[in-house]
Design a protein around this ligand. Structure first.
Ligand SMILES: [Fe+2]
Ligand SMILES: [Fe+2]
Length: 135
């Protein structure tokens, strides 16, 4: 069962960013399903690495928009990105060292972070970009 389903209220009204958020949620849900089904740690690690790689791509997309359109909140926003990347790195290290049992609760922190960040910081960025004519 998906931990989080995409709904329109998560939209930041910038197409490229919305599509990437949907892809991130898809990976997050695959990861959650793998944990629920007690899949092998190598599968979890593969999904986590997929999430880390895609998150890097996504953050560089948002940060490119921030730089291109001189977004005034970019410093705080970029710092929030660093926090999630650090958290994901910690999860990869934990799974690599065999910490399966606590993985699920650690992992839920990631999905909460994601939704909070999208609903607040990314929406602020989207609103700003909309004022610059970006959708
Ligand atoms: Fe962001
Ligand atoms: Fe985002």
């Amino acid at each position: 069962m998906p931990i989080v389903s995409w709904c329109d209220e998560y939209s930041v009204n910038v197409g490229e960013i919305d599509i990437q958020h949907q892809k991130m949620l898809e990976i997050v849900n695959n990861l959650h399903t793998a944990v629920e089904e007690c899949r092998d740690k190598s599968i979890l690690k593969g999904l986590l690495i997929e999430l880390v790689d895609f998150t890097h791509l996504h953050f560089s997309t948002e940060e490119r928009y921030m730089n291109e359109y001189d977004f005034p909140g970019s410093e705080n926003h970029k710092n929030e990105h660093k926090v999630l990347l650090q958290h994901l790195d910690n999860l990869v290290a934990a799974v690599s060292s065999g910490r399966y049992p606590t993985f699920c609760s650690d992992y839920d922190v990631s999905s909460d972070w994601f939704l909070f960040h999208v609903s607040n910081s990314d929406k602020n960025l989207g609103n700003y970009l909309n004022t610059k004519g970006v959708t």
